[in-house]
Design a protein. Structure first.
Length: 341
């Protein structure tokens, strides 16, 4: 470890998790506290923005204090404070960003604004302390994003493709609702799929062989809807297994093709959907066949968390310096390209 270590306090409130973490030198996670709001939003079948922001406001101070305590680190020992500025829910982003700014200003520390999606992109490298994995092709797959990117260095990347409609996680939630399962849909569908036949229903693999790296899951969702209307006595287990297989085939197929086209030796995946067992198994199998190194994020870091925010902030601080306190939230910002070649 670098002596003395550079410790960064990260804060994440982009959606429905109130999170704070302390990370040393970009890769050593000293603490990672996440307070989930799933139970709060489950009765509504999705995230209610006003409830989310109220919960962040009530929890942010205690979550940050817990992160510092778990890391056995005082605020005086922190070298910088980082927070997500976008994308996400506007009211939720404001809570975390303003809290981080206030702490940094009061403590006289640098403040670093982090793009949430970019943090997901590099989280497999940081979680595995595997910067030697670059260049890599990375799939970011969650409730709000399905993006294939090519990265040559931390902070240097380009978008190869992304969803043209629903994100994969969004499709899981919508299909779960169609078959009468709860929220969030991903874990519910995975559980039922384990008892079903993935070949029972031949759902479409939209855009799988269209020559691009883009994704589309809206048509697949519609196919499930039509099937349920025509077959009221359907097997929920078979529908879930077949739907999940169709999504996984597209995600894995496009990721592997991108890796081969770019001739990389490393593939990574991050985001909440990357926790899916079938996805991990199939991507692992395909990477093994081709001699590709696969970097996955531990399950606890696949969903929104502050460790990935603090980890990326270490490299951003050394590369471009701190952020201006006047920086505002950017709810609709995308990943963006950063001159990969």
């Amino acid at each position: 470890m670098i002596d003395p270590p550079v410790k960064i306090l990260g804060v994440e409130t982009s959606c429905d998790e109130t999170a704070a973490a302390v990370v040393a030198n970009g890769t050593e996670i000293l603490s990672n506290v996440v307070s989930s709001q799933v139970a709060l939003h489950r009765p509504y079948g999705g995230v209610v923005p006003e409830l989310a922001s109220r919960s962040h406001l009530a929890l942010i101070d205690s979550v940050i204090a817990q992160a510092l305590s778990n890391a056995q680190t005082s605020l005086g020992e922190i070298n910088a404070v980082a927070a997500t500025f976008g994308p996400g829910l506007a009211a939720s982003l404001l809570i975390g960003l303003n809290a981080a700014k206030g702490i940094a200003l009061a403590a006289g520390k640098p403040f670093i604004a982090i793009n949430h999606v970019e943090a997901h992109l590099y989280s497999p490298l940081l979680a595995n302390a595997a910067l030697d994995g670059l260049p890599m092709v990375s799939l970011i797959v969650s409730g709000g994003h399905t993006i294939l990117a090519y990265a040559t260095a931390v902070g240097t990347h380009e978008i190869l493709g992304q969803t043209v409609d629903d994100a994969a996680g969004e499709a899981f939630d919508k299909v779960a609702k169609l078959v009468g399962l709860g929220y969030p849909g991903g874990p519910e569908i995975q559980q039922r799929a384990e008892k079903g036949d993935p070949a029972a229903i031949d759902f479409p693999r939209s855009m799988l062989n269209d020559g691009t790296y883009n994704f589309s899951f809206s048509g697949l969702k519609t196919s499930v809807l039509y099937l349920l209307k025509k077959n009221p006595k359907h097997s929920v287990d078979d529908v879930c297994a077949s739907f999940q297989e169709a999504v996984v085939d597209v995600l894995v197929g496009k990721t592997i093709r991108a890796a081969e086209d770019r001739r990389v030796k490393t593939v990574s995946a991050s985001g909440g959907v990357s926790v899916n067992h079938r996805f991990r198994d199939k991507l692992g199998q395909e990477c093994t066949k081709r001699g590709l190194r696969l970097l996955l994020v531990p399950a606890a870091m696949c969903t929104d968390n502050a460790a990935m925010i603090a980890g990326l902030a270490y490299y951003q601080l050394s590369r471009v310096g701190s952020s201006d306190y006047s920086l505002e939230i950017a709810p609709s910002i995308g990943l963006g390209a950063r001159s990969a070649s």
